[in-house]
Design a protein around this ligand. Sequence first.
Ligand code: FAD
Length: 518
Amino acid sequence: MNVISSLGRVGNTVFQYAVEQSAVAVTITDEQARVLYVNPAFTRITGYRADEVIGRNQSLLSYKRTPRDVYAQMWQALLTGQPWSGRLLNRRKDGTPYVAELTVTPVSAPDDASEGRYYLGLHRDVTEEHRQAQVLANHKHLIESVIAVAPMAIALINSQGEVVLDNPAYQRVVSELGMAEPAHAVMTALRDDMGEAFTHAMAHRRPLHNREVRFERTGGEPCWFSCSLAWFEEHSTAPDGFYGAASSDYTLLMMHDITAARRQQEALRLAMLREHLSESEFNQALRETLGGAIFQLQGPVNLISVAAALQRRRSGPAAADSDPLLKALDDARQAGQQAIEALYAAMPPERMGTLGRVNLNEVLHDVLMLETRTLLSAGVTVDWQPAHVLPAVQGDPAALRTLFRQLLLNAIEAMNVRGWAERNVRVGTQASAERVEVDITDSGPGIPEALRRKVFEPFFSTKRTHRGARGMGLSVVQEVVSRHRGVLEIDPQHRDGCRIVVSFPVARVAAEYLEEAE
Ligand code: FAD
């Protein structure tokens, strides 16, 4: 049973109407592509009535811009009995061009007496589809060009954390930092730095703007990037995603190199730090000297107080007022107490720094820069091993600078003795999820086990007189460490020198950030 007979008695008529009423332009031509039949949709698309095209070649629709080889391929297929599909540039009757999507099928009609070949042409006006595809392609091209020439490094990260697309600026960062995937380091730095706030931003696809990330380069100058994150959802192109919500999430990371500007700021800041350093050093020395004098004075005053108390008990309450020795002791105690108060009053106040989020790499880099001259004159080489990126700690940068400067000066002094050949100090940082750790290791004589506790006591010193060492250095260090909820340890396992490890809790971004990001 053929198709038309399956339609029953009226099969031919139904078939004819189906073709006539089809929304697709239908043409039937002879072997020379001369039109034998066109349906009304053909007239609607081309503007030609059937009587205007019957007997004429289909080429009357050509806009004469379609490349010759397109026609050559079309005819090559048709002449071997194969159908052909493609797009041609056609001209309507009114001269306007349109893009036609054409399928031509050779049709042989064996029961036709002429036994000739016919062609069935089906075509649609796809001008709008073509326009939209072009707009999209232009958009894509524009975006690709902008990304390619953009001065900022751009990386697209998939939900598995892999970088699936990047630009030349990103590749430059890769080679400058000598890191396989700086995007991973940025994401880790942001996660460590922001904690909960980062997880929140990721979960709710909140964009992050201009978050500064500092990268350390082993043995080199640091560099800074202002990093932004945006999220985008790619809809599935697979057919099963046509009506579904299948999609993939991507993170777009943009890294803007702000090193030049930050270096200028840093140079200015260092110059100011140097200027203020001598003043604060003087004040610190004065505080230590006065502190020493108070300490020295406090002992005798305490003794006099004890002696006065004994004498008072001995002479009894009635005779206390008339006892000349007691009076002399009281006068001496009072004079001593006044002297102590006067010394306290003369002590320059300790500058209370402002608390904030501090990057210890920055603090240590400052200290190394500030003490370059001291290091050089003592012939000490520095092995600076910072973590590439470090989460912030909460603290007073000036106090933390004093702390690490003191540890560095101690290390230099320990090695700066006549005949000491090994003069290296390694300064390293590393971060775990909860803590930032600084480790300062020198190749000096080390601290004997018996003295490891004692060195933290005020006024204890293994040296006589030298710069900054009045026995207050490590006690100041300990005070700053405790104030910052830190832990300081002299590594008991370390041989051939002294290794001091100081660690502080990571400072998370305050909860207000969450509201800010909402
Ligand atoms: P032509 O000189 O007509 O042809 C170019 C090349 O095509 C020639 O060099 C030759 O190798 C080959 N060729 C042409 N006619 C034949 C043939 N009868 N047998 C073997 N090879 C041949 N063209 C359009 O531009 N728009 C249309 O919408 C369109 N619809 C068509 C629908 C059907 C059913 C068929 C069969 C053809 C259709 N064509 C259409 C093709 C059209 O017939 C022309 O081939 C084409 O327009 C190029 O015309 P031309 O005058 O520039 O060159």
